[in-house]
Design a protein around this ligand. Structure first.
Ligand code: GDP
Length: 304
């Protein structure tokens, strides 16, 4: 599956370390768990989450009376899936919400360079392939080139792109995007925004204004506010997530460039620390390299 190839870097590093541990220890003891803790932390699973997980793992191993390290691998997978879900329903794969009657609106937020435009392009492409009519609104009027870049993706996907000139009011672009999507009877409107973290007050005000327009024009929208984060930036991505979560109601995370890191454990840490589900993951630069995140497939893919 996509998870297998896209996660090759994480899998190779993680699996070989765990296999090495299992081979060296044979029977479980304190040192085994301590080394396991280091492996998980080095994969960016997150220090607090790992410590909690190791405690639970030790209890479970004791409860099941497991002595052989080879049998611990299975329990590690179970505990990693639990680590992701926390108190939520364990089996659930969280798909993007759709408006059952009318226009669905997705609002994308995130700083420059994380892969926001690429993700919007991939999603537009996939939705269109599913038979949906899609419109894009080029709300990142701040970054030079952002509008053209979105336009290129839109043309490639064969979807309608609504744009104004650079420096214009993002809320006005989004407003026009909504009117255009309505008149064309589009199923989905995907809105880009500028990610200016340097000035948190501006960011908050801009996002608030854009959201107000969306909420007013389409009751119940936006159906998702998706924060795009670059998995290769590790703790930096985590701190961006905290800032955005304070600035607006983020309903889901898109974690890009998981293919480019050996520290894919961050995908588990984000949910655990922020309590925001990871809805999509980027596993490469091609249009098809965007997947709904399935924690079970992810974790079991690591050991496959
Ligand atoms: P934006 O500034 O957030 O809109 O970022 P872009 O969409 O322009 O992406 C920045 C770079 O990251 C581009 O070179 C993309 O091809 C690349 N990129 C985006 N998503 C992924 C991904 O999932 N995997 C890899 N390997 N590269 C990605």
């Amino acid at each position: 599956s996509k998870f297998k190839t896209g996660l090759a870097k994480t899998r190779n590093s993680f699996t070989s370390k765990i296999n090495d541990l299992v081979a060296r220890y044979r029977t479980v003891d304190e040192d085994f768990f301590e080394e396991l803790e280091e492996v998980l932390i080095s994969a960016d699973v997150g220090v607090n989450a790992v410590m909690e997980m190791i405690d639970e793992l030790q209890m479970e191993v004791k409860r099941r009376n497991i002595k052989d390290t080879r049998q611990v691998k299975e329990v590690i997978s179970e505990k990693l899936v639990e680590l992701y879900y926390g108190d939520e329903d364990q089996g659930e794969v969280e798909e993007l919400k759709m408006n059952p009657d009318g226009l669905t609106i997705y609002l994308f937020v995130g700083v420059n360079g994380v892969g926001k435009t690429t993700t919007i392009g991939k999603l537009a492409h996939q939705l269109k392939a599913d038979g949906k009519k899609v419109t894009l609104a080029a709300g990142d009027t701040f970054r030079a080139g952002a509008i053209d870049q979105l336009d290129v993706w839109g043309q490639r996907a064969g979807v309608n792109v609504v744009k104004h000139s650079e420096g214009s009011d993002p809320a006005a672009v989004i407003y026009d995007g909504i009117q255009s999507a309505k008149s064309k009877k589009a199923d989905v409107l995907i809105c880009d925004t500028a990610g200016r973290l340097q000035n948190k007050v501006n960011l908050m005000n801009e996002l608030a204004k854009v959201k107000r327009v969306i909420e007013r024009e389409v009751p119940g929208a936006p159906h998702e506010v998706l924060l795009v984060l670059d998995a290769t930036t590790g703790q930096n991505a985590m701190s961006q997530a905290k800032t955005f979560a304070e600035s607006t109601d983020v309903s889901g995370i898109v974690l890009t460039k998981l293919d480019g890191t050996a520290k894919g454990g961050i995908v588990l840490a984000i949910r655990n620390e922020l309590d925001i589900p990871v809805k999509l993951v980027g596993l490469g630069e091609k249009v098809s390299d965007l997947e709904t995140f399935d924690p079970h497939a992810f974790v079991y893919g690591l050991f496959a």
